[in-house]
Write a protein that binds this ligand. Structure first.
Ligand SMILES: [Fe+2]
Length: 267
């Protein structure tokens, strides 16, 4: 792959921000991008992220409380579950920063009192990423227990690939400084979302991926299509209008030419 094709989603967003253009909502909601502005009104942090060449998400110890055969479910809470509500959402990527569909995520964590359910399956559940590589977990902020900072355990596995076992952490926890297992690379992006919190984290699995080959459009341009790779200067048509590609990239849903001024200009 040549350098022109190495543009990342993060770079696309950065280019759009630097150019002062509005970032389409669909782009902000897409893979590997900050989810929202902070409450202070500052620009969103461009993390979590995935750039080609990024190291895969680091593994961590499983610990003593994993149990196989967790229920398949995206919510670990019921109406009466005590604790601060927390959603954890994000994407699973491979080494080329392409989303991994149908990746398994198996979460387990302590309850509000810092206790694991070793008899049943409270606060245990697995789910699969959707076609866009996205996942979403509804749970609570786990309680603290002796010797550890606040964390959520997870196993992540692309179909037919080895399992990544790791843990996710919360920023600004006093015990992050004293927990020898803590790894800042596994910090989630957490924000208040009254009455609870929202956290975001994107996994990068050590899974080889082959980006789509560069499309060679016929003379006169071709019709824009998600999943196709476009080189700078290529002409396409979309919704009856012509556009010129400004940056080489692989098209994603939500990056349609009228919505992605950093990628396309009207011809
Ligand atoms: Fe734990």
């Amino acid at each position: 792959m040549d350098d022109d094709n190495k543009i990342s989603r993060k770079a696309v967003l950065r280019a759009a921000l630097a150019a002062g253009v509005a970032v389409p909502a669909a782009l902000v909601a897409g893979p590997a991008l900050a989810r929202d502005a902070t409450q202070t009104g500052k620009p969103p942090e461009l993390t979590p992220s995935c750039e080609e060449g990024d190291e895969p998400t680091p593994p961590q110890m499983e610990g003593p409380y994993f149990k196989p055969n967790s229920p398949q479910r995206t919510s670990l809470v019921g109406p009466g579950t005590p604790g601060t509500r927390l959603t954890v959402s994000g994407y699973v990527f491979g080494l080329a920063c392409l989303p991994v569909a149908r990746a398994l995520l198996d979460f387990w964590q302590a309850d509000v009192n810092g206790a694991y359910d070793n008899v049943g399956y409270n606060f245990r559940g697995h789910q699969f990423t959707d076609a866009n590589g996205a996942f979403r977990l509804s749970t609570i902020v786990p309680g603290l227990y002796p010797g550890r900072t606040r964390h959520i355990h997870v196993k992540v596995q692309a179909p037919g690939r080895p399992i990544l076992t790791t843990q996710l952490y919360f920023p600004n926890e006093p015990r992050n400084n004293t927990d020898p297992i803590f790894d800042a690379r596994l910090l989630m992006n957490v924000r208040d979302a009254p009455p609870g919190k929202e956290a975001a984290f994107d996994f990068v699995l050590n899974v080889p991926q082959n980006p789509s080959p560069t499309t060679t459009p016929p003379p006169g341009g071709t019709t824009w299509a998600a999943g196709a790779s476009y080189a700078a200067g290529v002409r396409v048509t979309y919704d009856g209008r012509g556009y010129v590609c400004l940056q080489s990239h692989t098209a994603q849903p939500g990056w349609e030419p009228p919505s992605a001024p950093s990628l396309w200009r009207a011809d």
